[in-house]
Design a protein around this ligand. Sequence first.
Ligand code: UGA
Length: 452
Amino acid sequence: MRITVIGLGYLGVTHAACMAELGFEVLGLDSDAERVAMLSAGSLPFYEPGLSELVSTHTATGRLRFTTSYADIAEFGAAASDGVVHFLCVGTPQQAHSEDADLSSLFSAVERLTPHLVGRCVVVGKSTVPVGTAADVVELLAAHAPAGADPELIWNPEFLREGNAVRDTLRPDRIVFGVRERPGREPESEGLRLLRRVYAEVIAAGVPVVVTDYATAELVKVSANAFLSTKISFLNAVAEVCEVTGADVKQLAEALAHDRRIGGGYLSPGIGFGGGCLPKDLRAFAATAEKLGLESLGFLRSIDAINLATRRRAVSLTVEACGGDVADKRIAVWGAAFKPDSDDIRDSPALWIAAALHDVGATVVVYDPQAMDKARKAHPQLSYADSATDAAVGAHAIVHLTEWDEFRHVSPRALSEVVHARNIVDGRNVLDARDWCAHGWTYRALGRPVVS
Ligand code: UGA
């Protein structure tokens, strides 16, 4: 069996490399020639732990190849003796002038792929899409399929997290298959049987499989992201109540997490969520519900608003740490990526806060272990340093915004010697407050009492 992967972003590259790791011959396609050249040479166009090794290993053996040409897909598929599975992994970003998902890359990929399909084959949608998209893709496949081709569409949403992408792909919490025929129908369609074979090793490891219809499969993905966003914003809203009442949101979250019905995941209080997925999926889901004339998901607008308000509160807390005015004061920002173990800065809360501090007059010096190049390009108005300590030289406050491991290990004692004032604002609630205070620092975090 052979596999193609269309769209080589975080999702596509990870999926292609993991499919090669599972033993399949894989051809990845992207319209970006520079990206394809880089990947063909065995290097990654972004940072993701463990992925670089997989890409270099499997490009070296030839099991994993990349192209910009849809014609290569036909040739690659024709050589498969045991079926071809085409995975659609293109991005569905927020549209420039609306909150809807931009499906143009997805539809264009389907239109360009379909004429190259041969015989019975499976097309698998992995991109995050609004409900109803799979039905549109089925129509496109039917309209563009050449004579003799009989493509079957299965919707198989992806739940991987950046920073954990390889693990999440090879050992996901669940696999969802959205199928055209009534789920549970016996015998299962040929396409579904083929897809079960693709994931055989993953399923054999005990990963649960849910077979459902297209609409449910599409909705599982956006509901999961909306639910995670809701958990985060819920706690960050409670953090505000903690601040006013003198309570401690970190201890509160710990106590909530012991309740197995609630669970501890996505319950870390801090500066809120960002990245290329949660914020845009939340807005797109709210917009979908509104278009359907439903008011019941109106609260998702509040989740988004709380998230942005949380970023503003982090700015205010930093200004307060600097005595109420940051004009011409130096502020060290630790972190630029939207989360650790990633160099992705899309909708990064860290850079949002850094830019806002700059806008109110501070001299902001940023350091991130992986995202410096991307941050520099996106925010040339900010200053950058080569290490966490260099960023802190002469600072009136250090603001910790992306919880990279290395920031946990910086010595507050050594830093005391280089800063202008010993103020630490912990936007992620993971630093050891007692250790910092023991070295004369004032420790601030959202939703917790100030300690010094
Ligand atoms: C998210 C989902 O977790 C994945 O399941 C999904 O596949 C992916 O979106 C997607 O739709 O492609 P990702 O955006 O890579 O994954 O990263 P997360 O680890 O979920 O973090 C998202 C944001 O939430 C980060 O800014 C993180 O710092 C923040 N977060 C997370 C919190 O503020 N608090 C928490 O307790 C957890």
